[in-house]
Design a protein around this ligand. Structure first.
Ligand code: CP
Length: 489
């Protein structure tokens, strides 16, 4: 993998390999060994940073890069409302071999990586934090810290405290820990900023709003309440300052626990009185960011000559049958299925009723316009082909769907079949494995890059399993939501 965007993209074996490889970079870093080559790393930090920017810069210098630091959105034309796409493309044009991005747009790094591939640039992209979504290089240095302290990444009880909803370091860490045996997470937060459940699927988890739940943890990972992610000062004030790890808490937790914090500390959530305590290892943790990022930069170098990565395959459409419309209609009539007949147009069949509102929204049809659009929605029909035993159909008089519309409908209702009736024929088709939707729908996350970057807005993309009850997720900002919300606006 050339890019490094999200721990969602990695397996346990890959994480283990990355941490081992990062460990090999600790000694060269401490000896300040420098290598030389002719590559260029641009650090585009459009949000403030001390540790990630500083350690990426040092790591890039030690691994032989010419470094081009771009610090603060105000140093760029982003402040003149230029898009992230246009900004990133310029640095790729100026020969950035690796572009390290910190952005206030969720999904911004993934979008830039894909966009540069589409333009034919070979530049690798590292995500140095995209809004509250991901901070994957932090997860590698966090795991490297655990490995150094405990000699293992298995059988650890890890307390995570603070703003778990908005902390991208927690999101990356939780996903990176998937699959490691014997990992138990103790999540302590106010309910308003609890961790969304999809980050801990498959992990043993205890949820609490009390620091008492941390008893028995090997390590307590404290996070700040992320003031900048709150809509207003009132919401922030409701959750700030609730959980403070101070000398009393540390004593209660015992002499073997380690206290980590990705830093910065904002509000004394690790009390200053214990910052120099030997059990508080947050500065050692931050320092390990250098070898971790040396490893990530060297890893990307290996893959730079590969052709640019371009977006995945489109849904596959398959024709199920092609027969005479009159015969089909007569057959349906004989079976008392009187809903197919149409002179010309499309019948969308085998829909679960719950998908119908979203499909109408996707087709731009409002309920009060059904007559004008000559659309019939017929519900509650018996069928043996759906688990619910009943189906809906949508009949579009005189209208044919584009492949993109069929792909979008199949994403909303994976069992859908499309019957096109024209020129005396009925052509029946299905979209196979519609697990990804590209080019339609809108991500409901207001911070998503697709809602701010005009070029990204042209390329929305979503993932989802076949079952209509499951949440779908945005390909870029990785937020989960019910599929009905895709076409809610
Ligand atoms: N941990 C972390 O991301 O710190 P900075 O914001 O200082 O980079």
């Amino acid at each position: 993998m050339k890019h490094f965007i999200s721990t969602a993209d990695t397996t346990r074996d890959e994480i283990q390999e990355l941490v081992s490889w990062a460990k090999e970079h600790i000694d060269p870093f401490l000896r300040r060994e420098q290598v030389h080559h002719d590559k260029r790393a641009t650090l585009l930090f459009a949000e403030p940073s001390t540790r990630t920017r500083g350690s990426y810069e040092l790591a890039a210098k030690l691994t032989g890069f010419e470094v081009d630091p771009v610090t603060g959105a105000e140093a760029t034309s982003l402040m003149k409302e230029e898009s992230l796409s246009a900004t990133a493309r310029m640095f790729a044009r100026y020969h950035a071999d690796i572009l390290v991005i910190r952005t206030s747009l969720a999904g911004g790094a993934r979008w830039v990586a894909e966009m540069l591939g589409r333009y034919g640039y070979h530049t690798a992209v590292h995500n140095a934090g995209d809004e509250s979504n991901q901070h994957p290089s932090q997860a590698i240095l966090d795991l490297l810290t655990l490995r150094q302290e405990f000699g293992r990444l298995e059988n650890l009880t890890i307390g995570i405290v603070g703003d778990l909803k908005n902390s991208r370091t927690v999101h990356s860490l939780a996903w990176a820990l998937r699959g490691f045996p014997g990992i138990r997470l103790v999540l302590v937060s106010s309910p308003e900023v609890a961790l969304q459940p999809w980050y801990t699927e498959g992990l043993e988890v205890t949820v609490s709003d009390s620091l008492d739940a941390l008893a028995g943890c090997n390590v307590v990972y404290v996070t700040r309440v992320q003031r900048e992610r709150f809509a207003n000062a009132y919401d922030y004030a409701r959750v700030r300052g609730k959980f403070v790890v101070d000398a009393t808490v540390l004593e209660r937790l015992g002499p073997n626990v380690k206290i980590m914090h990705p830093q910065p500390i904002a509000d004394g959530e690790v009390a200053p009185e214990i910052w120099s305590h030997p059990q508080v290892i947050m500065d050692q943790q931050a320092q390990l960011g250098v070898p971790a990022r040396m490893m990530l930069l060297r890893r990307s170098l290996k893959y730079l000559p590969q052709p640019p990565e371009v977006e995945g395959v489109s849904p596959r459409e398959e024709q199920v049958s092609d027969d005479h419309a009159a015969q089909t209609i007569a057959r349906k009539h004989d079976a008392s299925l009187r809903y197919i007949p149409l002179e010309t147009g499309t019948v969308i069949d085998h829909l679960g009723g719950r998908a119908v509102p979203a499909i109408k929204a996707c087709l731009g049809i409002q309920d009060h316009e059904l007559d004008r659009h000559q659309v019939d929605v017929i519900g509650g029909l018996e069928t043996r082909q759906l688990p619910s035993g009943c189906k809906c159909i949508i009949r579009l008089n005189g209208r044919f769907l584009t492949p993109a519309e069929r792909a979008a409908i199949a994403f909303l209702a994976p069992t859908a079949t499309f019957n096109e009736i024209r020129d005396g024929r009925r052509i029946k088709s299905k979209v196979r494995d519609p697990h990804m939707l590209r080019g339609a729908g809108q991500c409901p996350n207001p911070a998503c890059v697709t809602r701010h970057d005009p070029e990204a807005a042209l390329h929305p993309a979503f993932h989802g399993a076949g079952d209509g009850d499951q949440l779908v997720w945005c390909h870029y900002c990785e937020q989960r939501f019910p599929r009905e919300q895709l076409f809610a606006n």
